[in-house]
Design a protein around this ligand. Structure first.
Ligand code: UDP
Ligand code: MG
Length: 147
């Protein structure tokens, strides 16, 4: 059967991204990079993060010496939280972001362009399909269920 021209015949997956406080002033360029790389926004909100949600989101880092600095950074201004959809969305976004340490990131990546160091690195992206599901639930589904 002939496929419609917009039937791209791929299975899209989802990932969660957070444009961190230092990334917000570059949000238009970052969103542009998502679309140029085949990642579309399917949910979007701007929110001030709280201690409570950060302790859940960064539970694996709570006992690290840098946690207080990370917490203060993430609470320093509102952030943009989005669900992105595309082919291999998790891997695609992680590649587009670059490594955690922005000083080691390729200049074409989001962290390479807009990050400063290993803490101030402009963007978060889920690191696996399993965590993407958990993070999407955390930021977009949990509250809606309580209404
Ligand atoms: N981070 C930091 N110091 C470190 C490692 C991480 O401040 O030595 C911060 C950084 O903002 C990073 C976040 O903690 O993005 C979460 O760390 P993770 O190891 O999950 O890195 P990511 O998945 O964001 O690349
Ligand atoms: Mg991580």
């Amino acid at each position: 059967m002939k496929k419609a021209s917009n039937d791209v015949n791929v299975t899209n997956t989802k990932t969660l991204t957070i444009i961190k406080p230092d990334g917000m002033k570059h949000i238009d360029e970052i969103i542009n990079m998502f679309y140029e790389n085949g990642l579309k926004i399917s949910s979007y909100k701007i929110e001030q993060l709280t201690d409570e949600i950060l302790e859940e989101h960064y539970s694996h880092l709570l006992d690290k010496p840098f946690y207080p600095k990370l917490r203060n950074y993430m609470m320093s201004a509102p952030v943009a939280i989005m669900v992105l959809e595309g082919e291999n969305a998790v891997e695609k976004l992680r590649a587009l972001m670059g490594p955690t340490d922005a000083t080691k990131a390729d200049p074409d990546t989001i962290r390479g362009k807009f990050g400063t160091d290993i803490t101030y690195n402009a963007i978060h992206g889920s690191d696996s399909d399993e965590n993407a599901k958990i993070e999407i639930e955390r930021f977009f589904k949990a509250k809606q269920k309580r209404i």
